[in-house]
Write a protein that binds this ligand. Structure first.
Ligand SMILES: Nc1ncnc2c1ncn2[C@@H]1O[C@H](COP(=O)(O)OP(=O)(O)OP(=O)(O)O)[C@@H](O)[C@H]1O
Ligand SMILES: [Mg+2]
Length: 611
């Protein structure tokens, strides 16, 4: 039984019904229908007779207009208080619907799902029979259905141009439209749903814009069953609040989506760059030993074999580890590097195998280890010779079984990783000193690649120097064309204890200090300019060098004194006896200088012995 049925014609106290601020349903003279009354409450006495009746009407309000409400009571009640409490209750109901809408928008991870939840809430709590969220595609100016309820599958493909139909007009103008009776409105296109086919029912349509930065980004359109007494303005206002919430969610989704797209693009760009950088063709060097290295990389890259890369510091071991990964079937998967020497002993296991929450002080939450991060890719353990003995056992287990437990955990984690390790240590010596486990050594030493030191591949020096010159000239925007011949000689005769890394650093420094188009010797660091650095030093003892110097001084003085020992002794501020003794000691023949020209220049400066 509907409450209105009770009101119409059967209530003697009809005139006492109090309406608050709703002209539309105020009963005027001769008007007896209590339109919109939805409920009747009765207060009964103990004997069952009715004492009080209360008629509750449609409570029409939104947050912007909370006053549109009405209540009717029988004579002996206090209508205003009843109306106010009903209003508060309805406020609360609307609030709770909006709160549920907010939760729906926040909970679903993808936009479409959350919009569908919102429409379902409107169906459940606001009495809509169908509804859709339309979004504008700015690139095509088409408006399409993003989510819908009560609309058949073919209706989901409906498209509108801006300005076309009700939805198009709302998106064009940014203003809502209410059509109480859709059958009489030519603007209604019935593209998403054929209202005319749905029997004789009449439908009302309310469509509000979804505004982003005050610009229409779409529309929310819903159908209600036609009801002449419905307060569509209130519905429109409620939907406008819902549309504003949808807009916030849409903005958040679009921001996240834009960021995701940007990251994906950046990722694929970086991956491409990495693949190019570690392409074998980018490893410089054509010397015999390097060709052998390339052959070995080609042999092993396609397999899952563990690779041990050995060689002095700076020879390019890491570059080769990368080349193996990027030339393997795992190229599109992660390459995870762990620098064993850089991690303190206490942290290395946590880093490699991860830990569970509470495993140790400071372990606030579970953390994946590098092995887990490298799953289905390659893990590169650099400077494996530095790994502490205690961790070597655990590492051995991962190598053998490809499984481990996180620190503080019992769950066994299985991983599919390819292992590449590098070291500049003499592992055999470490083994002899019991610093490196023998079993681990044999597990690692399945396929080893030795990268030769730069001094053993002289033909590569100039290739590498040119490569780095071009690289850093480009990077620092310098127009440097070549390296001068003396500078080339210096590079070629140096013994490169720091290998390729040292050569690279020297070339970068030279590019930065060079002010012309040519790298000269003085652009190279002093280490390359000493006799020792250039390999021209003869290794003599201090006493030999001093004697050589002394002999040079005496010969020079005798030359100046035309073989006269007394005069030479005075020039050197010493005695004739000492000069005589030294002349005999060094086997100098002063007679040679009797006809010699007087040398006025100072005694010879120190110069490198043996040059
Ligand atoms: N053949 C090469 N071609 C081009 N660049 C190279 C070559 N070899 C080494 N390099 C460069 O030299 C630098 C040092 O190389 P890398 O880091 O691979 O050496 P490493 O052997 O791992 O040294 P360490 O043992 O000290 O870790 C890097 O910048 C690398 O790009
Ligand atoms: Mg390295």
């Amino acid at each position: 039984m509907r409450a209105t049925d009770n009101l119409v014609g059967n209530d003697a106290k009809w005139d006492n019904i109090v309406f608050l601020e709703n002209e539309a349903i105020r009963p005027g003279p001769g008007r007896s229908r209590a339109a919109g009354c939805t409920r009747m409450l009765e207060g009964r006495r103990a004997n069952g007779s009715v004492q009080t009746k209360m008629y509750v009407f449609d409570i029409r309000h939104t947050f912007s207009q909370p006053r549109l409400c009405a209540a009717g009571v029988a004579a002996n009640s206090r209508p205003v208080a009843v109306a106010a409490s009903t209003e508060a209750r309805t406020d609360l109901r609307s609030l709770s619907v909006l709160s549920e809408i907010g939760k729906s928008l926040a909970s679903a991870p993808e936009l479409r799902g959350s919009l569908e939840r919102v429409l379902e809430k409107l169906e459940e709590h606001r009495g809509i029979v169908r509804g859709a969220v339309f979004l504008l595609d700015e690139s095509t100016s088409d408006i399409g259905v993003e989510a819908a309820v009560g609309i058949p599958a073919e209706g989901l493909r409906a498209r509108y141009k801006v300005g076309e139909g009700v939805v198009g007009k709302v998106v064009q103008s940014g203003r809502g439209i209410v059509i109480p009776a859709t059958s009489r409105e030519p603007l209604v296109m019935n593209r998403a749903f054929q209202r005319r086919r749905s029997g004789s029912a009449e439908w009302s349509l309310v469509c509000v814009p979804i505004l982003l930065e005050r610009k229409p980004a779409g529309a929310l359109a819903v159908d209600f069953p036609f009801n002449a007494n419905r307060d569509y303005q209130a519905d429109q206002q409620f939907l406008a609040v819902t549309a504003a919430m949808i807009a916030q969610s849409l903005r958040a989704h679009r921001t996240v989506e834009a960021e995701r797209t940007r990251l994906l693009e950046e990722n694929s760009h970086l991956r491409q760059e990495l693949e190019q950088r570690y392409d074998l063709s980018n490893i410089v060097g054509t010397s015999g030993p390097m060709r052998q290295v390339y052959e070995q990389i080609a042999q092993v890259a396609q397999t899952n074999t563990t690779v041990l890369i050995r060689g002095e510091s700076g020879t390019g071991k890491e570059l080769i580890a990368h080349a193996i990964h990027y030339n393997s079937p795992r190229a599109a998967k992660p390459f995870v590097k762990v620098s064993c020497a850089a991690l303190p002993d206490t942290l290395i296991e946590a880093e490699l195998f991860g830990y569970e929450r509470g495993a140790f002080t400071g372990a606030q939450q579970r953390k994946q280890g590098r092995f887990e991060l490298a799953d289905s890719g390659t893990i590169f353990l650099d400077e494996i010779g530095e790994i502490p003995l205690a961790s070597q056992v655990k590492l051995l287990r991962v190598l053998q079984e490809r499984e481990f437990e996180r620190l503080g955990g019992t769950e066994t984690v299985r991983v599919d990783v390819r292992l590449v390790v590098a070291t500049n240590r003499d592992l055999e010596a470490s083994m002899a000193e019991r610093q490196f486990r023998e079993d681990l050594y044999y597990r690692l030493n399945v396929f080893s690649i030795f990268v030769p030191p730069l001094r053993d591949r002289k033909p590569d020096i100039m290739l590498l120097a040119d490569h780095f010159l071009a690289k850093y000239a480009r990077q620092h925007r310098r127009q440097i064309r070549r390296i001068s011949t003396p500078a080339i000689d210096m590079l070629m005769s140096y013994h490169w204890p720091g290998n390729v890394r040292e050569l690279e650093n020297i070339l970068e420094r030279a590019v930065l200090t060079c002010d012309g188009q040519v790298i000269h010797g003085h652009h190279l660091p002093p280490t390359l300019q000493t006799a020792e650095a250039s390999g021209t030093m003869v290794h003599t003892s201090l006493s030999d060098s001093v004697e050589q110097y002394e002999k040079d001084l005496i010969v020079d003085a005798l030359k100046s004194a035309r073989g006269n020992r007394a005069k030479a002794a005075r020039l050197l501020s010493t005695t004739e006896r000492i000069i005589g003794y030294k002349v005999r000691k060094y086997g100098i023949d002063p007679g040679r200088f009797r006809g010699a020209q007087v040398v006025t220049s100072p005694p010879p400066r120190w110069r490198s012995v043996g040059r």
